[in-house]
Design a binder for this molecule. Structure first.
Ligand code: PMP
Length: 366
């Protein structure tokens, strides 16, 4: 995906931008795409009908509501907060970017907990934010919470992903409380995958206690709207005010607002699929666990994906794609994730295809 930049154009770039490696999901069209943690079951029929109806009623001759007022009110009612505590973005990605515009920059510090979602570091570096890494345990990926709390004491922004991408583990609500108490800046819990975790795992109930807490959610995963690009942050009115100040005025278009409103109103219809994905996650994990004697390791996950270490992962990923037309995410050369692939939990048929293919490929002579 990355394109060459000529020397003269590079010389005109802001140095922090010139130094960046673009985010590249390495997407190749495939029969089975389990590489981006989308909901591969698709939207329930009743919600799809409502979304289509809503889209047909949209006129795009006027600009959208800048703060997605109707959607914001619906999200606020759902989560039991005031509308001023919700800010909607063009995907969670936009909100992450805006957090760095508002709270990053020279003289500001991000406390980061790798291995995690790489976009945080990308945005931090772009706006010249110092990154303090508090690495996870190299075997279990457990967070050293005491070390993180220490790092948080001088951070303008702390980001913890729960469940974490790509390791799948949760950060406890009690530990989130400790971070909010210690950090003079903003504590972001990125809960993009929280709908797949067990009840009571979200840090959102702490919002009433801490002005510096923000919780990120997205409609891209459980709610089948990755292509519409809708994310939202639950936070204090102060944080949403800070983000409203830096955001692009009309970043969330009228079609996406309408589709999201219909999906959020129909949210109960997604429950059976979410439950099915949880069950399939356990079945896929068990199936992969049966390949342990061939060097396969799978970590427990509360998300809609599994992190799996396989011998010769880059080759396995390539052969999955080229011979089976199955796309998974390759982390095999990422620091701390050597030999790892991330596999989205798909439909039963997709998961069977993965298990069959891996049992053929893993441990096979080259
Ligand atoms: N946070 C995490 C941890 C993610 O994995 C993703 C999607 N890959 C996002 C945020 C952003 O999601 P979106 O922009 O689609 O809302």
């Amino acid at each position: 995906m990355s394109q060459a930049i000529s020397d003269s154009i590079r010389a005109a770039m802001r140095p922090s931008a010139a130094a960046l490696e673009p985010y590249d999901p390495a997407f190749t069209p495939s029969r089975i795409n389990l590489s981006a943690n989308e909901n591969t079951y698709g939207m329930p029929d009743d919600v799809r009908a409502k979304v289509n109806e809503a889209l047909c009623a949209v006129s795009a001759n006027r600009y959208p509501q800048p703060l997605s007022d109707e959607l914001r009110a619906e999200l606020a009612a759902w989560h039991g907060v005031a509308p001023s505590q919700v800010i909607v973005g063009n995907g969670g990605d936009e909100l992450l970017f805006n957090l760095f515009l508002a709270f990053g920059g020279q003289g500001h510090v991000l406390a980061n907990v790798p291995p995690t979602f790489t976009v945080y570091r990308l945005y931090a570096e772009l706006v010249e934010t110092q990154v303090v890494d508090v690495p996870r345990d190299s075997d279990t990926f457990a967070i050293d919470v005491d070390a993180l709390v220490e790092a948080a004491r001088t951070a303008s922004l702390v980001i913890v992903t729960s469940p974490n991408n790509p390791t799948g583990d949760l950060f406890s609500v009690e530990d989130a409380r400790r971070l909010c108490q210690a950090c003079p800046g903003v504590v972001l819990l990125d809960e993009a995958y929280m709908e797949f975790a067990h009840e009571g795992s979200s840090a959102a109930p702490l919002l009433g206690e801490f002005e510096n807490l923000a919780v990120l959610h997205t409609l891209s995963k459980a709610f089948c709207l990755a292509g519409a690009r809708i994310g939202y942050l639950l936070c204090s009115p102060s944080i949403s005010g800070a983000l409203a100040a830096v955001r692009q005025p009309y970043s969330v278009n009228v079609y996406s607002q309408a589709a999201a409103l219909a999906a959020v109103r129909g949210r109960a219809s997604f429950e059976p699929t979410i439950q099915k994905i949880r069950e399939e996650r356990e079945r896929l994990a068990q199936g992969l666990g049966q390949l342990a004697s061939r060097g396969v390791r799978v970590w427990p996950s509360e998300a809609n994906f599994l992190l799996v270490r396989v011998p010769d992962a880059a080759r396995v990923r390539r052969r999955l794609r080229d011979e089976f037309s199955i796309l998974v995410r390759d982390f095999s050369s990422a620091p701390g994730l050597e030999g790892c692939l991330r596999i989205t939990v798909g439909t039963p048929e997709e998961n069977d295809a993965v298990l069959d293919a891996l049992s053929t490929l893993v441990g096979e002579e080259r």
